[in-house]
Design a protein around this ligand. Structure first.
Ligand SMILES: Cc1cc2nc3c(=O)[nH]c(=O)nc-3n(C[C@H](O)[C@H](O)[C@H](O)COP(=O)(O)OP(=O)(O)OC[C@H]3O[C@@H](n4cnc5c(N)ncnc54)[C@H](O)[C@@H]3O)c2cc1C
Length: 334
């Protein structure tokens, strides 16, 4: 029953290590025990700050280039992308799917059997997100719902719906806000298939305000929108024929369908990550390093990516001090 009401089914229902389901149970049903953090100026402020710091130190950033192969040389590595690069030390901060692709053309990776076993210790997990954008935050105004912020879970195919504070740091301004707002529906595993089938039926949902979707986004189908609005009403305790405003804009995206990689990763059955994974994944060859959410103690979270980058930067080749006092390096040796 729990697996149907904590938002994510995959880690419980798929062939996944039991520890993963346990981790989600600790994170989700009792948010008092989990410390969720947001960045005041939005998530983009993190890469912006990192990028500014790299440039300030004389570094440069090359975007939109795919690394196609990496080859060991006497002095370090040659990296083939749109251009050819050389480097004495390399960190590959990429997930499982592109890592396997890169290994096909990079013997320095593919010839290391324990590394490839570690790469394959995780399962790719698909995630689906539907964005519903409204002119008014109606779920907050309606006395019967009065919902401002946070996840709402159901065992309907709807899975989970998140509402967001408009002014997280100012509860009074937030309480009075009734302007444009979004609901985000989040599903995984077989629930994602339910919405995939809905998305496959009928024409796109467009409104007078948005006769076309913004570039880079995909509209939901009208069939999907009608069904999701019906289930949202049930989740919010309304009758399914109660009137609620329809969205003016919708978006649909599956992380797992090309061109995107997978949403997140989970350890397969019987994997002992401390023993089987971290000692083998972190450095497949001298001065070549790997860090990513895929092989981390907090898969599915940015925290997992940060923990493992912190861990790699503490290796002898870089020798930086641990960023966090309870650094992961204190519990695992590579
Ligand atoms: C729908 C969704 C919602 C999420 N919500 C949350 C949340 O609320 N909170 C949270 O903490 N986490 C959330 N996550 C998880 C979080 O986004 C990831 O854990 C995090 O982005 C992983 O970071 P990473 O740097 O390890 O890997 P990635 O973000 O996957 O970065 C890898 C980068 O490498 C690039 N790359 C891949 N192959 C190559 C190549 N060959 N050459 C060059 N570049 C390459 C990719 O383009 C990508 O930019 C969510 C994830 C999804 C999909």
């Amino acid at each position: 029953m729990l697996s149907h009401v904590v938002g994510f089914m995959g880690p419980f229902q798929d062939y996944i290590n039991a520890g993963e389901g346990l981790q989600i149970l600790f994170d989700f049903p009792n948010p008092k025990n989990a410390h969720f953090q947001t960045l005041e100026r939005g998530f983009q402020s993190l890469p912006n700050a990192l990028s500014a710091s790299i440039k300030k130190s004389g570094g440069s950033i090359h975007l939109n280039e795919t690394v196609k192969s990496i080859t060991k040389t006497e002095t370090g590595y040659t990296i083939e992308a749109d251009q050819t690069y050389t480097a004495p030390k390399v960190i590959l901060a990429i997930p499982k799917k592109p890592m396997k692709e890169l290994a096909k053309s990079s013997p320095v990776l593919s010839s290391n059997e324990s590394f490839m076993n570690a790469v394959n210790s995780v399962q790719n997990m698909e995630l689906t997100k539907v964005g519903l954008y409204f002119k008014e935050r109606w779920w907050h105004q309606a006395q019967k719902i009065n919902l401002t912020n946070g996840p709402n879970f159901t065992d309907l195919p709807l899975g989970s719906v998140y509402s967001f504070s408009q002014f997280p740091a100012d509860p009074i301004a937030d309480k009075n806000y009734n302007g444009p707002a979004a609901l985000t529906q989040y599903t995984d595993y077989i629930r994602g298939n339910f919405w995939k089938e809905m998305q496959n039926v009928g024409e796109n949902y467009q409104s007078e305000e948005f006769p076309e979707n913004p570039p880079g986004t995909t509209a939901c189908s009208t069939t999907l929108v009608n069904e999701i609005m019906r289930q949202i009403k049930l989740l919010f305790g309304l009758d399914e024929d109660a009137y609620v405003p329809m969205p003016v804009l919708t978006t649909y995206r599956v992380w797992g369908q090309a061109p995107y990689g997978f949403g997140y990763h989970q350890y397969k059955l019987n994997v002992d990550d401390l023993k089987d994974v971290y000692p083998n994944i972190t450095s497949p060859a001298e001065n070549l390093f790997v860090c990513n959410e895929s092989w981390s103690p907090e898969q599915g979270w940015v925290e997992g990516a940060l923990i493992m980058s912190d861990y790699v930067l503490q290796q002898q080749a870089f020798g930086l001090n641990a960023f966090a006092k309870d650094s992961f390096a204190t519990s695992v040796k590579s």
